[in-house]
Ligand binder design. Structure first.
Ligand SMILES: NC(=O)c1ccc[n+]([C@@H]2O[C@H](COP(=O)([O-])OP(=O)(O)OC[C@H]3O[C@@H](n4cnc5c(N)ncnc54)[C@H](OP(=O)(O)O)[C@@H]3O)[C@@H](O)[C@H]2O)c1
Length: 319
């Protein structure tokens, strides 16, 4: 049995972080500090109900922009999983305040607190949006970790979320180079899978939109998706493997929207799905070869879709 180790997960009540907290608790030897903005808020109640939470989960009230609150959660931790960042469902009207500052200043606050606390490794969740906005990348080649999104293009397109993730990840590696702090980033594609929390997060809304029945026609683009539980596994692999370094794209095999809907139809025939598809130019694809070398394995898409729908039904989001 490995010795007890204290780790911190920021934004613990969110979609990805909730699964990650569950995974850490299931290992038995991690004591977990989860940061949330309001520990009393009912939307975080699922965390307290997790197996092992009574003995090994502590919730800390933290706002990423309040350095002292971040530092108090991180002090005494060996590892930190920085997951929290705003993920807006629509275009922000005040992007600097609502999206960029919490992502960039928030990340720098977490990293500074980790440095001061002599944390051994920080694993941070970035995104493929910090990889794929790169017009110089060859059109026929899957994106890999060498590609960085062009900040000027993100700004020009007012893709504030893309910009926030790109800036935050770049700042993280600049901080690592300056201080020697060990930082590894995980860059997931669109994350889907079962909800643990009652609030529907932005990426789950994209899947749920296919059930609304108000869209006859959808674009048949190639979707890069990944199961939320596979993202949690990737975070832990990147933390526990001493060889892990740099960035890791975290993506399963790309799938056409029509194929995804056909799987859903075969599993749940009674919902109303889009009926026709408009073919679009092939979208980008992303290679997870580097992550697979850390022995990362993936759930089949059928399992991801079935478990997602079952959770929507359990929460009363779908009939
Ligand atoms: N879902 C995806 O498809 C996807 C793909 C790639 C990368 N990611 C990244 O994965 C991470 C988690 O995303 P998610 O999908 O799990 O979204 P989520 O459920 O919306 O979780 C985001 C979390 O960040 C917290 N947060 C936001 N601003 C904060 C602040 N100023 N101080 C403290 N906490 C703050 C939120 O806390 P509150 O509950 O208090 O708002 C929430 O817990 C993010 O870094 C996101 O960029 C997500």
């Amino acid at each position: 049995m490995a010795a007890r180790q204290t780790v911190c997960v920021t934004g613990a009540g969110g979609f990805i972080a909730s699964w990650h907290v569950k995974l850490l608790l299931s290992r038995g030897h991690y004591a977990v500090r989860g940061t949330v903005r309001d520990p009393g808020d009912g939307k975080n109640a699922h965390l307290k109900a997790l197996e092992g939470a009574g003995e090994r989960l502590q919730l800390f009230k933290v706002d990423l922009l309040d350095y002292d609150s971040v530092a108090s959660a991180v002090a005494g931790c060996e590892g930190v999983f920085h997951v929290a960042s705003p993920v807006p469902s629509s275009r922000s009207t005040n992007p600097e305040v609502e999206v960029i500052a919490p992502a960039v200043t928030g990340t720098l606050n977490v990293l500074k607190a980790c440095y001061e606390a002599k944390v051994k490794r920080v694993v941070m969740v970035s995104s493929v949006v910090s990889v794929g906005v790169n017009p110089n990348w060859p059109k026929d080649k899957a994106f890999n970790e060498d590609s960085w999104s062009d900040e000027d293009i993100c700004r020009k397109n007012q893709d504030w979320y893309y910009l926030s993730k790109t800036l935050a990840e770049r700042e993280a590696f600049a901080y690592a180079a300056k201080t020697g702090l060990d930082i590894v980033t995980i860059c997931p594609s669109l994350v889907i899978g079962p909800l643990m929390q009652s609030i529907v997060n932005a990426s789950s809304k994209i899947l749920l939109n296919y059930f609304k029945g108000d869209r006859e026609t959808v674009e048949n683009r190639l979707r890069n998706v990944v199961d939320v539980r596979d993202v949690a596994d990737a975070l832990l692999l990147a933390y526990e493997n001493p060889e892990a370094s740099g960035r890791y794209i975290c993506n399963s095999a790309p799938i056409k929207v029509s194929d995804m809907i056909n799987i859903l139809k075969s599993l749940y025939p009674t919902y109303t799905y889009p009926r026709s598809f408009v073919e679009v130019e092939e979208s980008s694809t992303y290679s997870s070869d580097k992550l697979q070398k850390l022995a990362w394995t993936l759930r089949p898409i059928e399992e991801t879709l079935r478990d997602s729908v079952e959770s929507y039904r359990a929460f009363g989001i779908l009939d």
